[in-house]
Design a protein around this ligand. Structure first.
Ligand SMILES: [Zn+2]
Length: 402
């Protein structure tokens, strides 16, 4: 733990308390901050002056005149442009970088074709170059870029920013990606599993706001998933909790890349959908894509529609299991296949109503994300904001979780 004198520590905690009071309330006067935080009015005035000077806060128009006719207080607001975060998503098709502010508004986005076979050194090179480019081209004040988050599909040690294993990016095995990129870009860097990042985005900015437990399911070539309880990610004892893609749904099913047979993702992932599409013998099935299947279905193609109905059933079976195990308040669905919209969702809900335990099924809202591709940025921003504002006791430079 970083050592701080007790005076410096109290100051840091008071600053964090004031900042959080402002963020929680949206708009607030100095006297109200003092009441809320139990910090003396004189100290609040001093801290607010400092935070205004440093650009963390901005002053808003005057509030209402007090009942006794006194001067209306000047309201303070958190400045969303006081925190910027850079988020890099290492996908199997594209590597995307974005830079956003504390409201998760994207100021810059760019992507390049993925290099899934790249080893650690090349990946560090690519990621660092993308970050530098985002910093340069967005023209934001570099001092306000408080952190970088890298999203990786695979098993990630979130606390130490180490990628243990990624089926989609086989060149990354036990790589301390966070430390290596941090040494290059000289900013705090954290690495997180891509679906967990998306989950954080949903929890702070999407359908997961104020709801718990939140389950996020991300259907790509595999299936990623995560569980957030209140404000806490369920990591498990070795960061693999919530890997619903690898629960067995068919004892004699086909071989999964994890070595097991009949995992949920062997039936409900895009890879499974595309494999069924190749066997459909339709004009669009020679070199199928999820987009192509959705287009054919929208045109009314019977085979494409049947494929999606089958996919809805497979997705629904897994969701029913998740509902029985986690009893979530909300399940947020991510992935191209949900571009099929309401019809696919109806199919999923129908299977869930049929198979899951009745009470938890009634209580679980199943929704398609409306953050879409912005979810990764939103998740990265929420982690960086948390580190910057909500955690006055920083253990190490790259700790995003405390
Ligand atoms: Zn598996």
């Amino acid at each position: 733990m970083q050592k701080l004198g007790s005076k410096a520590l109290v100051k840091r905690m008071n600053r964090a308390a004031v900042l959080n009071a402002v963020r929680e309330r949206g708009q607030i006067g100095r006297a109200e901050i003092a009441d809320l935080t139990h910090i003396s009015r004189a100290s609040v005035t001093y801290i607010v002056a400092e935070l205004l000077e440093e650009g963390w806060l901005i002053e808003q128009e005057k509030g209402q005149t007090t009942p006794s006719g006194g001067r209306p207080p000047i309201l303070l607001q958190f400045n969303p442009d006081s925190v910027y975060a850079v988020v890099v998503m290492l996908g199997s098709e594209r590597t995307a970088v974005s830079l956003g502010n504390a409201d998760a508004a994207a100021l810059y986005t760019h992507s390049v074709p993925a290099r899934p076979e790249a080893g650690a050194a090349e990946t560090v090179e690519i990621v660092s170059a993308l970050i530098e480019r985002a910093l340069k081209e967005s023209r934001v004040d570099r001092e306000r870029v408080r952190g970088v988050v890298i999203g990786v599909p695979g098993l990630v040690d979130s606390l130490n920013s180490v990628v243990h294993y990624s089926a989609r990016l086989p060149g990354l095995r036990n790589v301390d990606l966070g430390a290596q990129v941090q040494a290059r870009v000289k900013l705090p860097v954290a690495v997180e599993n891509e679906t967990r990042l998306i989950g954080w985005g949903e929890q702070k900015f999407g359908h997961g706001q104020g709801r718990s437990p939140l389950v996020c399911v991300n259907i790509t070539l595999g299936i990623g998933s995560c569980v957030i309880l209140e404000d806490r990610m369920l990591f498990g004892s070795s960061y693999s909790a919530g890997q619903f893609g690898h629960m067995t749904v068919d004892a004699d099913g086909s071989l999964c890349e994890c070595g097991n047979r009949g995992c949920w993702e062997t039936l409900a992932s895009n890879a499974a959908l595309l494999e069924r599409a190749r066997r459909a013998g339709a004009p669009w099935s020679e070199n199928p894509s999820v987009e192509g299947i959705l287009e054919a279905s929208a045109r009314g193609d019977a085979r494409a529609r049947a494929l999606l109905r089958e996919t809805a059933t497979h997705i629904g079976v897994g969701i029913a299991n998740i509902i029985n195990i986690v009893n979530p308040e909300v399940i947020v669905l991510h992935g191209k296949v949900f571009g099929a919209g309401e019809e696919l969702l109806r199919g999923v809900r129908h299977v869930v109503a049929d198979r899951a335990l009745k009470l938890p099924a009634l209580n679980a809202q199943i929704v398609i994300s409306d953050l879409g591709e912005r979810a990764g940025l939103a998740g990265g921003v929420s982690l960086v904001v948390r580190r910057t504002l909500e955690a006055p006791l920083v253990r190490r430079e790259n700790d995003l979780y405390l």
